[in-house]
Design a protein around this ligand. Sequence first.
Ligand code: MRU
Length: 356
Amino acid sequence: MRDTERDSAVIKAVEWKNGRVRMLDQTLLPHEEVFLELTDYRDIAGAIVGMKVRGAPAIGIAAAYGLVLGAHEIETDSKEELLAGLKTISDALAATRPTAVNLFWALDRMNRVAKAGDSADGIRASLIEEALALETETEQAERSLSRHGAELIEDGFTVLTHCNTGALAAGGYGTALGIIRMAWEQGKKIHVYTDETRPLLQGARLTAWELHKSGIPFTLITDSMAGHFMARGEIDALIVGADRIALNGDTANKIGTYSLAVLAKETGVPFYVAAPTSTVDPSLASGGEIPIEERDPEEVTHIQGIPMAPEGTEAANPAFDVTPHRYISAIITEMGVMREPYSESLAGLSAGLQEA
Ligand code: MRU
């Protein structure tokens, strides 16, 4: 069966439309599909902090468009003044979320293009071109890595995934969920287990919404049920995304990923990480150096604004954890399937990344 015979609906989490940024407000899903039209970079920064847009590749794309909007807000003909203003805007966008390296990768790429421009108007024009190219390349990378990853998914597989790594989190296709979608579009009979992903329920709200929309069969479980299903031999593979991958393969991803990886090793289930190379941080030797975002404890004490714990309960809320590379069976990128030793397989990639 050709890839397109079961082509699922196209979902764009964030895109450039008629001089504005069009963004699907993910905090309202799955009950309401509301598209925001943003014209102010401050609203982009607010949307990233408030998780209206989330997921490493999608955050990078949103930040790139934020810089485009910012460049139009700065009223000047002077290249120097524009670059100074863009630095402030870039710093504000960079301060939104610390863990997903795609945010910094996208801003670096945009800032390099701005610096190379020879006039204020020239910079504004090249920034929009660059942001559009970044979005297109991100989606292409997702489709390529999904093709590589789909080769690891056999007909009849049951696959467990965590958080949301689909089109909503990415450039239009997805990473871990992109692989699942590609295998399904290729005609493989698969079943997906998606966990809820507390505290913000990206699995229950967003992955379930995407799978439902695409017609891919799935079962929702709570986070704590994963070990039960793995131990009973009901899961053939685990696939998750990544927010930042160090050069030794250590991977930061949504909180709970580490526990799943340990359970996968214990039960002999292959544990795959899927990410575009823009998620590899060539400046970090190991995962201990990855900054972990701490979010509002109210996300833990409350669910969708409703209190679940006694008033005044103290709660911790690290949004990500780091899975040591020894638990990872393979890292699937658009350049192919990387295996241990990652310090060697990712080194080839990183040479290219550092040159970029
Ligand atoms: O806090 P979030 O929802 O932005 O976290 C998202 C994840 O952890 C994803 O797994 C990761 O960004 C990869 S998205 C393709």
